[in-house]
Design a protein around this ligand. Structure first.
Ligand code: PEP
Length: 256
């Protein structure tokens, strides 16, 4: 059984003060829920503050939104895996569609970051997904396979097992338009098939594949009820501590 993983991608939102307010409510609401893995992914400037806020709880992990693949050096504006580790960061989101489309990140770059993250014992959450034009053009499988093979090239089965995949159709991110459970399941099953081809069936069965794209409390259960959907990467709806708690509770209802 794959443990579901629900992550809050705050993007470029939340000052330190706003993070404090979020945590104050969220920690009360969520209690010691640990039936699913919970990850908060603040902007870099709030990482230390959220890390402090989480220091007394065991059930909520910290993630970062990006990192550079080099260990240190002349890379103005960048952050290394070691810098994240120092703040007790455990996960790092890589290749988000906003990074790919707005900041020119290619599969090759995502691959370098993924390897560097794993070498530093950070768990990468590698994002893939097609645009609307690619879906309308019947290219979903081609795009997903290219992104998977490119972003995860050279990873061992153990490293693949330590990696989370986030399937995020670009047309569903921040648009209020969600993939139907059937559309999402079809993509997730295809992704698992490619992961099996890249490693073996046993490894592919262990890898968690999150869905992302306008996830909210009302659509969580039907999406996460699909056989190959192992969690959610939540953007907009994760900024509200009560709404995010409700998403987690919805995911837990599936566990009985
Ligand atoms: C995301 O940021 O990864 C995302 C899926 O955003 P939203 O939930 O707002 O669509």
């Amino acid at each position: 059984m794959r443990k579901k993983i629900i992550a809050a991608n705050w993007k470029m939102n939340m000052t330190q003060g706003e993070s404090d307010s979020f945590l104050e409510t969220f920690l009360l609401e969520i209690g010691d829920e640990k039936r699913v893995d919970i990850v908060l992914v603040p902007p870099f400037t709030a990482l230390a503050r959220v890390s402090d806020g989480l220091s007394k709880v065991q059930n909520i992990k910290l993630g970062a939104q990006n990192m550079h693949w080099e260990k240190s050096g002349a890379f103005t504006g960048e952050i290394s895996a070691e810098m994240l580790r120092e703040l007790f960061v455990r996960f790092v989101v890589l290749g988000h569609s906003e990074r790919r489309s707005l900041f020119g990140e290619t599969d090759e770059i995502v691959n370098k970051k993924t390897k560097a993250a794993l070498e530093a014992s950070l768990k990468p959450i590698v994002c893939i997904g097609e645009t609307l034009a690619e879906r309308d053009g019947g290219q979903v499988e081609q795009v997903l396979e290219r992104q998977l093979r490119g972003s995860l090239a050279g990873l061992s089965p153990q490293q693949l097992d330590d990696t989370v995949i986030a399937y995020e159709p670009v047309w569903a991110i921040g648009t209020g338009r969600t993939a139907s459970p059937a559309q999402a399941q079809e993509a997730h099953a295809f992704i698992r098939g490619i992961l099996a081809a890249m490693s073996d069936n046993a490894t592919a069965e262990k890898i968690r594949i999150q869905y992302g794209g306008s996830v909210k409390p009302a659509n969580t259960a039907e999406l996460l009820g699909q056989a190959d959907i192992d969690g959610a990467l939540v953007g907009g709806a994760s900024l509200d501590p009560r709404g995010f708690t409700e998403i987690i509770k919805q995911a837990c209802t599936l566990l009985g």
